[in-house]
Ligand binder design. Structure first.
Ligand code: PGA
Length: 252
């Protein structure tokens, strides 16, 4: 089976693990000599990026940061600049994860600034969008997604051509309650249609990942959907076995 878009299986480790467990996880991922169709990506906590860089050297596994500053440099205590992430050979920068939006009051405008900062330094932005349970119950899913996409679609084509979108319904993150394949497909198709209204070619090539309680036992049903181009995985990415099992659920 050929794929128009190379799928991505990405692990978002969030603020989990320590030096010992992260070393073990990386050793196990590396030892698997994964050769599947999907591009494998990990998002470790910042401080483990040098470790990730050395452990994954010589593999085709990519990695990125869980966030990035909107600023280039200067007096921004606690922030990490995109150029610093590039120094450690990050490929992606995860931007606008719902936990950043929720606990750090990140706005759509900030997400756009971060996309610019990432792109400027040569990082590929992977932007998360998704509705809360209350918004879904009020039938506002499409409206919310449309709003989150509006600024992104106004980005330069140079950025849009690379941009990866992760649809992560907030109610499915870390709850064990994933979206059904049909629910996810409906929103993914909606996202792609919004992008197509802007530019059809970009819509055809854009990777749109699903995230939210993705596990080995629901992965193949979700990943087989036509507009789902991979997954962003939290909990199940903390164990090499379940992470790789999800990656291997792609039809070869
Ligand atoms: P989860 O997290 O797989 O633990 O639900 C997904 C995410 O937040 O990216």
């Amino acid at each position: 089976m050929s794929h128009i878009r190379q799928p991505i299986i990405a692990g978002n480790w969030k603020m989990n693990g320590d030096l010992a467990s992260t070393t073990k996880l990386l050793d196990e991922i590396r030892a698997s000599q994964y050769q599947g169709v999907a591009e494998l990506v990990v998002f470790p906590p910042y401080v483990y990026l040098p470790l990730v860089q050395s452990k994954l050297a010589g593999t085709n596994i990519r990695y990125g940061s869980q966030d990035v500053s909107r600023h280039e440099t200067g007096a921004y205590t606690g922030e990490i600049a995109a150029t610093m992430l590039k120094d450690f050979a990050c490929h992606y920068a995860l931007i606008g994860h719902s936990e950043r939006r929720q606990y750090h009051a990140e706005t759509d405008a900030l997400v756009i600034d971060k996309c610019h900062a990432a792109h400027q330094a040569g990082l590929v932005p992977m932007v998360c969008v998704g509705e809360t349970l209350a918004e879904r119950e009020k039938q506002q899913t499409e409206q919310v997604i449309q709003q989150q996409l509006a600024g992104l679609l106004a980005l330069d084509h140079a950025i849009l051509n690379q941009l990866v979108i992760a649809y992560e319904p907030v109610w499915a993150i870390g709850t064990g309650l994933s979206a059904s394949p049909e629910q996810a497909q409906t929103v993914h198709a909606f996202i792609r249609s919004q992008v197509a209204n802007h530019n059809e070619n970009i819509a055809k090539s854009m990777r749109i990942l699903y995230g939210g309680s993705l596990k080995p036992d629901n992965a193949s049903d979700l990943l087989v959907m036509p507009d789902i181009d991979g997954g962003l995985i939290g909990g199940a990415s903390l164990k090499a076995q379940s992470f790789l099992e999800i990656a291997k659920s792609w039809p070869n």
